[in-house]
Design a protein around this ligand. Structure first.
Ligand code: ARG
Length: 462
């Protein structure tokens, strides 16, 4: 990246750029990853310019084949990126002109790097959203499969991280599915606003050429064109929106991670994360650490940070384009890279997670998780709910003192707390009775989990 080349804007200047300033202001080190989208945008722009008579067909053909060559050089790692040419846009244009001569100099007619970069990022982000959506779906499918397999598996449900009521593991997995489903919808919605074309806004005010923006948009697969040139060159809302969706998605993955880390501990011992997703300790031979979920939880910090970074980047900018916007790329790229990585590793990991059914069920038995069921039973037998609550509270206290769960007490022991307790009380005190009773849409009953799984599969189709 050392080769000195003359800058396209050198005409107005009498002194060369300070060497440090050149490096300081350049973005080619990171925006070269936009090269395919930059070339795609240029191809469409050239075709449109030809259509309106600004370029001849011969010039267009030469530009298109020149751009193919540039793309091939970059893909092969043979392209000489030059810092003195500042960014991906000027590097590609300069090389094109080197390859094809004067026709290359005509490509930039009726456009500016300001609408060009905004277009490139949108094309790039659109593609990434689709890839992220596919990875997210793979994770959702893994969760659905796990939920179906473990629809009857009982675990303690928690509030305040204290045992609350028994739930099914399948139900718990489907809770995660729901969070991800909202994330998927947010990405789909965000994509609608990403897929609008700013090209044609030129530097800020539009262009005096009779451009056909609809044509360019069609060639590039955009759903429409931006309505205001000043807004279009300066708007990065779409990137912020994406980062917000990413931050929320990562926040969900971070919550899952926290649960997996707890569940994999010797104290919970609910799941086994396969060895291939864990690492050991260099000093403690017994350790098997849940590194993958820990790292995902940790990466949530930087992704949340990128959202704040972009919001702060925009907050003081007057219209229209400002160089500040060059700072949008690294946070966006880092968000994408890490989000994709987290989703991939999670989809693979969840497909192989081992569930320790007996341990979960044993944990659900401890902790009086059927206490609410006993209260509901009393209510059904005519006891007002507040009184029932009191009765069960006393029974639990007795259980704590005698070291027995409600279901482990003798009938006489339980019956001393209320006349409304009969022999059939044990039907509701079992874990299975408790979960099966919650048999409505959104409830934890195995039958409901299976129904939710079937609906989830349908929703993924739609
Ligand atoms: N590298 C610039 C960016 O990322 C491209 C646009 C530069 N435009 C300009 N007028 N300096 O935003």
């Amino acid at each position: 990246m050392t080769e000195q080349q003359s800058k396209p804007w050198a005409g107005r200047f009498t002194e060369p750029t300070d060497a440090f300033v050149e490096a300081f202001t350049a973005s080619v080190g990171f925006d070269q990853r936009l090269y395919r989208h930059d070339i795609e945008g240029s191809r469409a722009h050239a075709q449109m310019l030809t259509h309106i008579g600004v370029l001849t067909q011969a010039e267009c053909d030469s530009i298109l084949s020149g751009l193919d060559k540039v793309a091939a050089e970059i893909a092969a790692g043979e392209f000489q990126w030059s810092v003195s040419l500042e960014d991906v846009h000027m590097n590609i244009e300069a090389r094109l002109t080197q390859l094809i001569g004067d026709a290359g100099k005509k490509l930039h007619t009726g456009r500016s790097r300001n609408d060009q970069v905004a277009t490139d990022i949108r094309l790039y982000l659109r593609e990434e959203i689709d890839a992220i959506g596919a990875e997210l779906r793979r994770l959702q499918e893994a969760l659905i499969a796990l939920a179906e397999r473990e629809a009857d598996t009982i675990m303690p449900g928690f509030t305040h991280l204290q045992v609350a009521q028994p739930v099914t593991f399948g139900h718990h997995m489907m809770a995660w599915f729901e969070m991800l489903q909202r994330d998927a919808q947010r990405l789909v919605d965000c994509r609608k606003r990403v897929n609008i074309m700013p090209l044609g806004s030129a530097a800020l005010a539009g262009t005096s050429y009779p451009i056909d923006r609809e044509m360019t948009a069609r060639l590039l697969g955009f759903d429409g064109v931006t309505e205001n040139s000043l807004d279009a060159v300066s708007d990065r809302d779409f990137a912020i929106e994406f980062c917000a969706a990413a931050a929320l998605l990562m926040t969900h993955l971070s919550r899952f991670s926290e649960e997996l880390i707890l569940w994999a501990s010797a104290q919970f011992d609910f799941v086994d994360i396969p060895d291939s997703f864990c690492t050991g300790s260099s000093i403690m031979p017994q350790k098997k650490n849940p590194d993958v979920p820990e790292l995902v939880r940790g990466k949530t910090g930087r992704i949340n940070g990128h959202l704040i970074c972009l919001l702060t980047l925009m907050k003081g900018q007057p219209l229209a384009y400002n160089k500040d916007n060059q700072e949008d790329k690294e946070p966006l790229f880092d968000t994408i890279d890490n989000l994709r990585g987290c989703l991939k590793v999670y989809a693979d990991m969840m497909a192989t997670l081992q569930v320790k059914r007996d341990n979960m069920e044993r944990a659900a038995i401890q902790g009086f998780s059927t206490a609410t069921d006993l209260a509901d039973y009393l209510v059904r037998n005519g006891v007002p709910f507040r009184d029932a609550h009191e009765v069960v509270g006393k029974a639990v206290r007795h259980g704590v003192e005698s070291g027995k769960d409600l279901g482990e007490m003798a009938f006489e022991e339980l019956a001393q707390f209320s006349d409304a307790i009969h022999e059939d009380v044990f039907d509701v005190l079992t874990l299975r009775g408790s979960v099966s009773a919650r048999d409505h849409i959104g409830g934890t009953a195995p039958a409901q989990v299976r129904a939710a799984v079937a609906r989830a599969r349908q929703r993924l189709q739609g």
